[in-house]
Design a binder for this molecule. Structure first.
Ligand SMILES: *Cc1c(COP(=O)(O)O)cnc(C)c1O
Length: 452
């Protein structure tokens, strides 16, 4: 399979190249040149075990690894998820199901993409013989999932910057208590944007990037999207056969990566009636899907912090397909959006999406109501998915994180705490961090000293 840029300014590349580049050189995002159809037996036969399904779907896009090698990489990626189903579907009510995506090492759905990314980096290092240094900034979940995808791997050191004192204690522990020699968590004085600015400056400095052999753990890497497409099919196959018509998927959404993966696999033949974009109070996408206008606003920190975004970076992929793969039109719209901070998207209501938004009060209310009605505890992100659900249609809500990651909000909502064994173990460990001044020169020097 070839991958092309949404902005049309670069030559098509293969799977490994698209993976290694992250962002396309023209500033666009890679998308598959064609969306293949799912093999016809996949949706008829019995549900496959998760890794087998993942080989089948990833194999449609990856011509670079031979089958045995891909099978090995996939097995390594999902082998240590705590539930052997990897993404089990639980029924809460007659029409209501929840897809648990929090059985990976950091208890959030980002593990599905980043475990695979970690093993693909390892494969790349073996193939090229070149060690790499992975650099990223995080406001929480992405950083810890990336750290766990790469901890202990040979030939790669990981430098993760985060705003000191501004991420949760558990998130910090997931990055700093790994016992792995190749992980360098760096708390930075300042905000997430300050940390991000340092990463951008070093990544944008081609001399530094090459000399330090820097790679990114990008939220827009196409491999993460492909990996996430798998669990939509897995969810569908776990539905009782008489419930498979007119299915709604509700997706707690920030950067639009997760829901885009579902929409993509729907284009490949998965029968879905509607995708519901569930946002928190940072509702750029809610406004888009209800008015057709895509407009930047300030970010207001919420109880669902991993969805606190200003711009939904993966939305560009959807826009490209909405424009019927017209890269020139996509380039022009993105240029206008970046210069003016807003665009009107014509005919936007034609697609099978709807949207909801949840205030912080709604999040608390929803956690409480789900506990009362179904005796089930959802995390604050998943709680946004329980806003305005239509009880008459088969609905699958994606549970994007384990509630034990957000003890304060859960306590406030239901008056009790939810715990998880792996997090309890973390609380007993010592944090290991590295103190570096909050500027690009100091971070660069630190990486040079601790380079892989
Ligand atoms: C990242 C994240 C989201 C948002 O996912 P996107 O792919 O950015 O839309 C939702 N919930 C949790 C727990 C997350 O970590």
């Amino acid at each position: 399979m070839q991958f092309v840029s949404t902005r049309g300014g670069t030559e098509p590349v293969g799977f490994q190249k698209a993976f290694a580049s992250g962002l396309a050189p023209d500033g666009g995002l890679y998308v598959p040149k064609n969306l293949p159809l799912l093999p016809s037996d996949l949706l008829i036969d019995e549900a496959l075990p998760y890794p087998a399904l993942a080989w089948d779907i990833l194999g449609l896009f990856d011509d670079d690894h031979d089958t045995d090698h891909l099978v090995e990489i996939v097995d390594k990626s999902y082998g240590d998820f705590s539930d052997s189903m990897s993404a089990p579907l639980t029924q809460l009510a007659e029409n209501l199901f929840i897809l648990e995506l929090f059985h990976g090492p950091t208890l959030a759905f980002k593990d599905f993409g980043l475990q695979l990314v970690g093993n693909l980096f390892e494969d790349q290092i073996e193939r090229t013989g070149e060690t790499i240094n992975v650099l990223g900034a995080t406001s929480g979940d992405t950083g810890s999932a990336a750290v766990h995808g790469l901890a202990g791997q040979k030939g790669v050191n990981v430098f993760i910057l985060y705003p000191k004192g501004r991420i949760s204690d558990l998130q910090e522990r997931q990055m700093t208590c790994t016992d792995a020699e190749n992980i360098f968590p760096i708390p930075i004085e300042g905000t997430f944007d300050d940390a991000q600015a340092i990463v951008k400056e070093l990544m944008g400095d081609l001399e530094a990037k090459e000399k330090l052999r820097l790679s990114a753990v990008n939220s827009i890497n196409i491999v993460r999207v492909l990996a996430q497409a798998v669990y939509y099919v897995h969810a569908y196959m776990q539905l009782p056969p008489d419930r498979r018509d007119d299915v709604n998927f509700v997706v707690p959404t920030g950067n639009f990566g997760n829901i885009f993966a579902g929409w993509m696999v729907h284009q490949m033949g998965l029968p879905v009636d509607r995708f519901v974009v569930a946002t928190n109070q940072n509702d750029i996408l809610y406004r888009l899907f209800t008015t057709g206008k895509y407009e930047i606003e300030d970010v207001h920190p919420s109880r669902a912090p991993s969805m606190d975004i200003q711009v939904a970076s993966n939305f560009e992929r959807f826009l490209y397909y909405h424009n019927e793969k017209n890269a020139d039109a996509t380039l022009a719209q993105m240029a206008q959006f970046m210069s003016e901070g807003s665009i009107e998207i014509p005919n936007f209501n034609a697609s099978n999406f709807s949207a909801t938004h949840s205030s912080d009060e709604d999040i608390i209310e929803n956690i409480k109501r789900v506990k009362e009605d179904y005796d089930y505890v959802v995390d604050p992100h998943t709680a946004c998915g329980f806003q305005d659900i239509d009880p008459d249609v088969t609905t699958i809500v994606l549970a994007t994180a384990h509630p034990a990651k957000f003890p304060k909000t859960i306590k406030k909502a239901i008056g009790e705490e939810v715990t998880d064994e792996s997090l309890e173990r973390l609380k007993k460990k010592k944090k290991k961090t590295f103190s570096v001044d909050a500027n690009a020169a100091a971070v660069r020097e630190f990486i040079e000293k601790h380079s892989a």
